[in-house]
Design a protein around this ligand. Structure first.
Ligand code: 3HC
Length: 696
């Protein structure tokens, strides 16, 4: 028997224990081991019942996702589940940790399920662009009906053991001694002469076919754009569970699974899953992070208040610093509003809010940070202002404290130089709105100490954020790519597209908002100030589009001023603005550009190529460690459609040659912006993809 599955017999009960760290994924050795274990249990006359359990931190958390796309190796998971269900002796699954996906399908194939109270169960396959493919779509609705089964499978969200028991998905919840209790249940079942209870024969959830069909229809009607393949196929499978005999339903599910697992959408989502985990593999991963119990935040604006709010949520003591009483009161008020919103959304209780509030302090002087372990400066993006703050921090903070800036663009090495402790200085770049945005760019300066980097990553983990390591440059990873994206979009405006067309094309690509909608939301003045700051360094050969500047000169800063690329009414609804179109036409005319008709495909190609080319440059410059880190930044911070996996993954799917050729087509228009990054030639020469650079 394979080592990935252990086997002991006690009190006439075979205890089959999966042991495949870290999450007991159901790779080939585990599947083989389970099938063998069931066969031995059948044959061994001492065995009267079977318990399937798992060693380590969790019951299997799913199929081994790394095996998808590789040639299948027998036995397949559906077969494993069938063998378990067909066992002539009662089989009990003992669940702890996170029994997810294929792991939970194994449990569903067992005849009884008991769980630790802390266990979570679920069918998250949809988040990977697939569906439960080992009988989950057929067995789940048999137990709990279509409505609940669809909720589990379409949201992919795990539920707690108590809830699972209340809906009839599991049979018992225990506080501790899971294995002993599972064995005791097995002994009791055997003593009472209870045989197997196959889920395939159960109809608990199908007693009301009218309600079942109504749930199917409601789910179909509720499918939202973008129409990814998996959700629709999940609904079809749950319908098949009602309409077809069990074995035919399984075959139906298998065909749907195969379609989904080979779809580009699933490839993108699986790439995103591994990319997010890979981002934590940094050169400093083995360093011990500095302990952080007390954090300071300088600046109580939307960013600073948001940062304070999430730090409080992670259990830290927080001191918020502002320049005067009014500003401080405003900052604290902003934190309070965020806490109220969290309560309204059910993310926090009033008791938790009160406990957090007791850990929040306000002060007007950085002297209050003398004992803090870490400080995050989040004031207005002004180099002199920030440098002044860092000088003061250097003066007051204790040795070993981490000095972080939330700057989006400025040179962290320069800020570090104004202090006497550049090794303690780092960038922690949060995204707005801070509670909602998953991304944290950890910007590592030339002299940042390795354990300070590890501290940034550890903090991100505590805050539930995805950290990505970035080097110092103007805009780091995300804003460099955003700038390239916007530049390509601006070229399109000047050449004949409208902002509304560009936005619609990029929404159809999968972004929740187009680039001009985002600009209007965040304020046009921010990028205007940056362009003014960089005006002296601009390459005269580069094409410069001044449309954004003209809007700002007219006082149209976006949503906050009622006008930007769109016009906003009192209720905040946006409409297209003929005056903006006239302004764009005037800019074109001034440059002697004749507007041409531009199709949506061209808009998407140009925006994608701009992002990918900038990503390739970031790799070449060593700003990003690997292509998948760039993807994570764009997914977690900039609304790039997750099912496309990120720009570098999209480029891999399109093919390197095609991207390079498109860039070569555009390069005549602007030899600086569109020049293909150096690494393309080499990649094409050796037939490499970006994903080949991801490991490590
Ligand atoms: N297959 C392969 N590797 C997996 C895996 C899986 N199903 N689940 C997790 N891992 C790996 C991770 O990549 C990571 O590897 P690394 O250490 O090399 O980076 C390691 O296990 C630990 O994972 P996390 O860092 O995510 O650990 P956490 O403790 O934060 O989270 C978890 C644990 C909640 C189980 C989380 O890993 C998770 O959500 N896993 C995916 C669950 C899932 O989607 N299951 C369904 C799979 S598809 C399926 O079962 C198809 C079936 O229906 C046929």
């Amino acid at each position: 028997m394979a080592q990935a599955v252990g086997w002991t017999v006690r009190d006439g009960v075979a205890v089959v224990s999966v042991d495949n760290p870290p999450v007991n994924a159901l790779g080939h050795a585990v599947r083989r081991g389970l099938v063998d274990a069931i066969a031995v249990a059948e044959a061994d006359s001492r065995v009267r019942a079977v318990v399937i359990a798992a060693a380590g931190r969790t019951f299997p958390a799913g199929a081994d996702i790394r095996e998808f796309g590789k040639p299948p190796e027998d036995p397949w998971l559906p077969e494993v589940c069938d063998r378990i269900e067909a066992c002539s002796k009662p089989v009990i699954a003992a669940l702890h940790g996170t029994a997810l996906g294929g792991g939970f399908e194994v449990a569903l194939a067992a005849h009884y399920r008991i769980a630790l109270a802390s266990a979570r169960v679920g069918l998250p396959e949809v988040t990977l662009g697939i569906l439960p493919g080992a009988g989950g779509t057929q067995r789940t609705p048999r137990l709990i009906g279509a409505e609940q089964a669809l909720r589990l499978m379409l949201t992919g969200k795990p539920i707690g053991a108590a809830e699972a028991m209340a809906m009839g998905l599991i049979d018992g919840v225990v506080e501790d001694d899971l294995l002993e209790q599972a064995v005791a249940l097995a002994v009791m079942l055997a003593d009472e002469g209870k045989g197997p209870r196959p889920t395939r024969d159960r109809r608990d959830g199908m007693r009301d076919p009218v309600a079942y069909e109504a749930a199917i229809k409601a789910a179909r009607d509720g499918l939202k754009a973008p129409r990814l393949p998996a959700p629709g196929r999940i609904i079809d499978c749950v319908e098949a569970a009602l309409l077809l005999p069990f074995d035919n339903g399984l075959a139906f599910e298998r065909a749907a699974f195969e379609d989904c697992v080979t779809s580009p959408e699933s490839a993108g989502l699986r790439h995103a899953f591994f990319a997010e985990r890979r981002a934590a593999k940094i050169p400093e991963a083995k360093e011990t992070p500095r302990p952080v119990g007390h954090a300071g935040v300088i600046g109580g604006g939307l960013m600073g208040a948001g940062i304070a709010h999430v730090l409080l949520g992670a259990g830290l003591r927080v001191t918020l610093i502002e320049r005067d009483r009014d500003a401080l009161a405003g900052g604290l008020q902003r934190v309070a509003v965020m806490e109220e919103q969290a309560i309204a959304r059910g993310k926090m209780t009033e008791k938790e809010r009160d406990a957090q509030w007791a850990r929040l302090f306000g002060a007007l002087d950085v002297g209050a940070l003398a004992e803090a372990d870490l400080v995050i400066e989040a004031v207005y993006e002004d180099e002199a202002l920030k440098a002044g703050i860092f000088r003061e921090l250097d003066r007051v903070m204790r040795p070993g404290a981490v000095l972080a800036t939330n700057t989006s663009y400025l040179d962290i090495d320069q800020l570090a130089r104004v202090t006497s402790r550049p090794a303690d200085v780092i960038g922690l770049h949060f995204f707005s709105p801070v509670p909602a945005m998953k991304l944290l760019e950890v910007v590592v300066g030339a002299q940042t100490a390795p354990d300070v980097v590890a501290t940034g990553f550890e903090l991100a983990k505590q805050l539930g954020k995805v950290a990505v390591r970035a080097g110092v440059c103007d805009g780091f990873i995300g804003n460099r790519i955003l700038t390239a994206y916007r530049t390509a979009a601006d070229f399109l405006l000047e050449d004949g597209a409208t902002p509304y067309q560009v936005d619609a094309a990029m929404r159809a690509f999968g972004f929740p908002l187009g680039p001009y909608q985002v600009l209007d939301m965040t304020g046009l003045d921010i990028s205007w100030a940056r362009r003014q700051r960089l005006a002296g360094t601009r390459d005269p050969r580069a094409r410069y589009v001044a449309i954004g500047d003209r809007l700002c000169e007219a006082g149209w800063f976006g949503r906050k001023s009622g006008r930007g690329y769109y016009r906003y009414d009192a209720a905040g609804s946006a409409s297209e603005d003929p005056e903006v179109l006239a302004l764009i036409a005037a800019e074109r005319e001034a440059k002697g550009i004749v507007a041409r008709t531009i199709g949506d495909d061209e808009i998407r190609d140009r925006c994608l190529c701009a992002m990918v080319n900038e990503g390739a440059r970031l790799l070449g410059e060593g700003i990003a460690l690997r292509p998948s880190d760039i993807d994570v930044v764009m997914l977690a911070g900039y609304g790039y459609p997750r099912w496309r996996g990120g720009p570098m993954q999209t480029a891999d799917q399109r093919g390197m040659l095609q991207i390079r050729n498109l860039l070569a087509d555009y390069v005549g228009e602007d030899p600086i912006f569109w020049a293909p990054a150096a690494i393309f030639e080499e990649m094409i020469k050796y037939g490499r993809k970006f994903s080949d650079m991801d490991e490590g």
